[in-house]
Design a protein around this ligand. Structure first.
Ligand SMILES: *Cc1c(COP(=O)(O)O)cnc(C)c1O
Length: 220
């Protein structure tokens, strides 16, 4: 039976293949290995196999696992890919290298304040709710460009990328295309899109990073 490391290598080679099919440079897509719900003991072999970028969706869970793992592997890059509550911004700014889920004014203000307080500056992405799903986090597509501008002009936040999670039951292509279009309008270069089921498609639409969990760690 393949283990997580075998599956990591399979995902890495599928990414290289999708890059080449999309006529994009080798290595232009980075892999965020999504380790949510998995224990430090499941994650360690994947780190030892060379993976350094990981995604978690809960601040507290990530704190518990990664404070300890990071003491052994100080060059880990940790991404917050889940919704951020304003009462968790202090912990999030202290722990994460990239926060991918900036999606409203209140969070932008809170993150900005914390970054100044801690003198620690994680890279930031705005999450866009491309399917306008009421239960899902993310700014509405029609408000996204203006929000990115306000993050910069009002809150002093440089937004490096956009992130989306297409509706589970829809063809993801149009959602990836929409995110790419918004990024172009907002003059943003990084696109975090594509998960286990659709990362190869996302690469065809210009993803610069893909967030892959179950295809590496197994089902949750
Ligand atoms: C869980 C999660 C992923 C990974 O999903 P898989 O289908 O397991 O690859 C990616 N992005 C976000 C925001 C997630 O919460």
């Amino acid at each position: 039976m393949p283990n997580a490391v075998d599956r990591l290598f399979a995902v890495q080679s599928a990414i290289r293949k999708a890059e080449s099919e999309a006529k994009r440079p080798d290595g232009s897509v980075s892999l965020v290995a999504v380790s949510k719900t998995f224990e430090a003991d499941d994650i360690r072999p994947v780190i030892e196999a060379g993976q350094r970028v990981f995604g978690e969706n809960r601040v507290q869970e990530a704190q518990l696992k990664w404070t300890y793992l990071r003491s052994d592997f100080p060059d880990i890059e940790l991404h917050l890919i889940g919704p951020l509550q304003s009462n968790k911004t202090q912990e999030a700014v202290a722990l994460f290298d990239v926060i991918e889920s900036i999606d409203r004014e209140k969070i932008a203000a809170a993150v900005s304040l914390e970054m100044k307080k801690q003198n620690r500056f994680p890279r930031l992405y705005v999450q866009v709710n491309t399917g306008s799903e009421p239960q899902k986090a993310g700014i509405e597509p029609k408000d996204a460009v203006a929000f990115v501008t306000r993050c910069r002009d009002v809150h002093g936040l440089m937004i490096e990328g956009l992130m989306c999670i297409p509706p589970a039951d829809e063809n993801p292509g149009p959602h990836f295309a929409l995110l790419e279009k918004i990024a172009r309008e907002a003059q943003i270069e990084k696109l975090s899109m594509g998960m286990s089921g659709d990362y190869e498609i996302a690469i065809g639409f210009g993803a610069t990073s893909v967030r892959v969990g179950s295809a590496i760690f197994g089902s949750r």
